[in-house]
Design a protein around this ligand. Structure first.
Ligand code: SIN
Length: 312
């Protein structure tokens, strides 16, 4: 799909917000799941995400998702409506607070794109160039995100994912016990300076910031489905540890960010067009690498973001 069709379904119906086309139901799934790296992730083959899925198939995918933290689906040339329909099988979807970057007629799709149309940005440009967990600045941080690559640079624009459960396990018992009693503040406002320095997007507005006040989350959280503990790190949004001095807080958060982003905990994804990557924000943090040319390269993606519960 090119950006000429950046209104959901509009190229086929002439109006925004149409219903998804009928989807094929396949009685028996032939999908296979194989590990993508030692740290995390799995490749799911022989699956077409535009079709209808039985509850049993969704349960199988959910198990794989909980086991591997990230599922990669290749060759998914699917419509935005199908992307939303598949994502909904895993929970309620967010409408991102940056409403200018939402797809016309389908606000569940957040557009991450370096492209412009008629001189105007078509989505959020250069987003996520820092380690973070999506929407950690909300009272109910995201369960997971599904990012579909539509156009990608020939080289560059990869995304790194770090496994925060493995990183937690690798800490000493006294450190784990110390961290277990701590909480941290997360704030969307923290990225305002990054946005200004990049100069690619309009600044986040006071209204958008008012909708996303700072929140407090535990520094160690338990996965609600597997019970596994992980660090709750989101360096792009985390502003400090409750009760600590600025220096103590910065030293501890820097140590944890360095620890958790070691190569042994990381999977780096090199995107191909029509890849969909579905990752668990409850156990991973990620980083969109800013090594492509903002003027010459084309990188255009659609993301759905699944709402989570409170972090414990
Ligand atoms: C994000 O969801 O933070 C963006 C990831 C990416 O563009 O690779």
């Amino acid at each position: 799909m090119s950006i000429a069709s950046e209104t959901a379904g509009a190229e086929r119906t002439g109006k925004a917000g149409r219903q998804a086309p009928p989807r094929r139901r396949v009685a028996e799934s032939k999908m296979t799941v194989t590990k993508a790296s030692q740290a995390l992730g799995a490749l799911v083959r022989d699956i077409d995400l535009s079709r209808d899925f039985s509850d049993a198939e969704i349960a199988t995918l959910r198990d794989a998702f909980n086991t591997h933290g990230l599922l990669l689906f290749r060759d998914q040339d699917i419509s935005p409506e199908a992307h939303v329909a598949f994502s909904r099988r895993f929970g309620e979807l967010e409408h991102h607070v940056l409403s200018d970057a939402l797809l016309d007629g389908l606000p569940e799709i957040y557009i991450l794109s370096i492209l412009k149309k008629d001189g105007k940005r078509v989505g959020r440009a250069g987003a996520g160039h820092y380690w973070h967990s999506d929407l950690s600045y909300m009272a109910q941080p995201s369960l997971g995100s599904l990012l579909r690559a539509i156009e990608v640079p020939e080289v560059g624009g990869d995304t790194m994912f770090a496994n925060l459960a493995l990183a937690y396990d690798a800490l000493s018992a006294p450190m784990r016990s110390f961290l277990g009693g701590l909480e941290a503040e997360h704030s969307f406002a923290k990225v305002q300076s990054v946005v200004k320095n990049l100069g690619l997007n309009e600044p986040i507005t006071p209204e958008q910031l008012a909708k996303t006040p700072p929140v407090i989350h535990p520094l160690v959280r338990e996965h609600p489905e597997t019970g596994r503990k992980s660090l709750f790190l989101s360096p792009g949004f985390t502003t400090g540890i409750v009760g600590m001095t600025r220096e103590e807080s910065a030293a501890l958060l820097d140590f944890l960010a360095d620890h958790a982003s070691q190569p042994r905990f990381v999977y780096r994804h090199a995107w191909r067009p029509n890849d969909i990557v579905f990752w668990d924000n409850r156990t991973l943090m990620h980083y969109a690498i800013n090594d492509y040319d903002y003027e010459k390269d084309r990188r255009h993606m659609h993301r759905t973001t699944i709402r989570g519960g409170e972090a414990h």
